[in-house]
Design a binder for this molecule. Structure first.
Ligand code: 13P
Ligand code: 13P
Ligand code: MG
Ligand code: MG
Length: 373
């Protein structure tokens, strides 16, 4: 099956969780697994893995239907719907949170679930990493993916591997306007950074190797709050990254997460905190519902089968990163309700500011200003 096309689909949703926004209940995992096992038996998908990261239910599937397949999205929707019913029966918190519509119309995009999909020609050995984050947003991947695919101080292969030396093309999505732009690294590196530094708006969506156009990475880019027009939970993102043989080595991909950078999405989707890389068993957000977590699962794809996973951040080599994240968490928490710990008003997913302003409107008094107006 080498050279044959296979699609990897990671589709996730928070459809209810145990003890607030903490973990996915095992009965939800079992329900979703039964739905996908049946689809595998019928030949709709080649393979699957169901898991939970924090309070997000994760479906990892392989198939030959390509990206945006109504069959595959329909299958995921069915698994989420059935699991959401179990969540309701169990009285789990925020049951059905990310299922914004009752009517499925062929594609889960824009309906709540987060989606990262990649159709690949399977190489002789095909190492991939799936990333699963909780309490943050898609823009959280901007900094680490820039470092993996554009920063030679992170990725030695950009300098010393001839297959990577030309660099990578970044497809960047403007999530406010729903449009994309493609920029080329290293030539347009400063333009790339000018956009993706605004993590709440410009999101790295896809990355391609320039020598041959090979797809190397894809990130989910749904922003639930924009979709719903009101707060319905954040958009805890997922990503798929291919590695090795003329792409960044697995260790180069993971190296970018050794810096616990500040991301949006902590507590009520309205605070900034450090992104902590953890083993899957530690993807349980407690302190102030955080700090935000990221899990990396390592796979080999063989004839479309998912071999793995390896829990890649389950390594003492990331202990110091986690310790730094704890120190940063402690530091930034001291700001309480002050920015920049609390997000700016336009980014907050809950806000009482309009009500407060309305209540105080009559108590605001004009003052003389230096401009003389
Ligand atoms: P490949 O070129 O086979 O991916 O090997 C690179 C590597 O893993 C060195 O760390
Ligand atoms: P989730 O997006 O993970 O459901 O978290 C919601 C929240 O606001 C936790 O404080
Ligand atoms: Mg939740
Ligand atoms: Mg979550």
């Amino acid at each position: 099956m080498e050279g044959k096309k296979v699609t990897i689909s990671v589709i996730k949703a928070d459809i209810g969780s145990l003890a607030g926004h903490h973990i996915v209940h095992p009965d939800l995992l079992a329900t979703a697994s039964r739905v996908l096992a049946e689809a595998k038996r019928k030949g709709l998908i080649i393979d699957f893995y169901v898991t939970g990261v924090g309070d997000d239910l994760q479906l990892i599937m392989t198939h030959t239907k390509g990206e945006d397949s109504p069959d595959i999205h329909g299958l995921a929707w069915d698994a989420f719907k059935k699991a959401a019913q179990v969540a309701r029966d169990l009285g789990l918190y925020a049951a059905g949170q990310d299922l914004l519509s009752d009517a499925f119309s062929g594609n889960v995009k824009g309906m709540g679930p987060g989606v990262a999909e990649m159709e690949i020609e399977e190489r002789k050995a095909e190492p991939i990493i799936t990333f699963h984050a909780d309490k943050t947003e898609p823009g959280a991947f901007n900094l680490p993916l820039f470092r993996v695919f554009a920063d030679p101080f992170n990725t030695a292969g950009l300098v010393i591997d001839p297959r990577m030396h030309e660099g990578f093309r970044f497809q960047i999505m403007d999530v406010y306007e729903g449009r994309v732009v493609e920029l080329s690294s290293p030539e347009e590196m400063y333009d790339i950074l000018a956009l993706i530094g605004t993590t709440g708006r410009y999101v790295v969506k896809r990355i391609y190797r320039k020598t041959d156009g090979m797809i190397a990475a894809v990130v989910s880019s749904e922003r639930l709050n924009l979709i719903a027009g009101k707060y319905v939970g954040k958009d805890d993102p997922v990503a798929i990254v291919r590695a090795q043989h003329g792409l960044p080595a697995v260790g180069e991909v993971l190296e970018a997460f050794s810096f616990p950078h500040l991301v949006a999405g902590w507590m009520r989707g309205s605070h900034v905190g450090p992104l902590m890389p953890v083993a899957q068993r530690d993807a349980k957000c407690t302190r102030f519902d955080g700090p935000p977590r990221i899990v990396a699962l390592g796979w080999q794809i063989k004839n479309g089968k998912l071999i793995g996973p390896a829990d890649l951040f389950d390594d003492p080599a990331f202990d110091e990163t986690r310790r730094t994240a704890q120190i940063v968490a402690e530091y930034i928490r001291r700001h309480g309700p002050f920015m920049p710990h609390r997000l700016g008003p336009e980014e907050m997913e809950y806000t009482t500011l309009p009500q407060v302003l309305e209540k105080l409107e009559n108590r605001f008094k004009k003052v003389e200003t230096h401009t003389g107006k």
